[in-house]
Ligand binder design. Structure first.
Ligand code: GSH
Length: 208
């Protein structure tokens, strides 16, 4: 039976799961929850995720939330992009966590103040500060990518998925990689992947 993902495809955290599933050839049914679709404050949804956030995975009645946990669960379940070497899997975890705990915060803030919030609640100063924070973090990523073609070692790994999605969001928000050559080269490689084109590049923008 196809797995179900509760979550709108405009959400970066939902796109992580859908991109992985497309890459791994796993069938997914997406149910539009969150953003303009709402329904995350209902009792039924809160029983699955009391935080009222998307994505939520329903794998034959096994319920899981937190996008990175879902990503790791599916990777192990289908044995796709699993890394056995301790040091490499440690680095993959490091960059997945950096994506969520460090990079995602200003990206989400800029998304909110440029796209998601109603016009009267958007604040240019908050948006400008978030953009500057993103640019500082992109320098860290750009320096890191001077050493290798992908986030961890020389091939595509689970760590490329969240960071690829947040960098795609940056392009949606008018941030260019023209002076960030290493990110530009890496992002170009990702954007040529069929799975990226089918899911990430064609996803609607928040809050749709
Ligand atoms: N740490 C959570 C964050 C989830 C999250 O913040 N999701 C956002 C979308 S990217 C959300 O649910 N926003 C409210 C909404 O869509 O209604 C995860 O990685 O799954």
């Amino acid at each position: 039976m196809a797995i179900k993902i509760y979550g709108r495809l405009s959400s970066a955290n939902v796109q992580k799961i859908n991109w992985f599933c497309e890459y791994a050839n796993i069938s997914v049914i997406n149910l539009n929850y969150g953003g303009v679709h709402g329904k995350t404050q209902t009792t039924e949804f809160k029983e699955m995720n009391p935080n009222s956030r998307v994505p939520v995975l329903d794998d034959n009645n096994f319920i899981l939330y937190e996008s990175n946990a879902i990503l790791r669960y599916l990777s192990k379940k289908f044995d796709i992009l699993v890394e056995d070497k301790l040091e490499i899997s440690g680095k993959i975890d490091q960059w997945i966590d950096w994506g969520s705990f460090t990079f995602a915060s200003p990206c989400s803030l800029l998304t909110a103040h440029k796209l998601s919030l109603p016009q009267d609640l958007r604040d240019e100063l908050i948006a400008d500060k978030a953009k500057n924070d993103i640019l500082s973090l992109l320098k860290i990523l750009n320096n890191h990518l001077a050493k290798q073609d992908f986030i961890v070692h020389e091939k595509f790994s689970l760590a490329d998925i969240p960071l690829g999605i947040w960098c795609h969001r940056c392009t949606n928000l008018g941030i260019s990689f023209d002076t960030l050559t290493n990110i530009n080269n890496w992002y170009l490689k990702l954007s040529k992947m069929n799975s990226f084109q089918k899911i990430v590049a064609s996803s609607p923008l928040p809050p749709n």
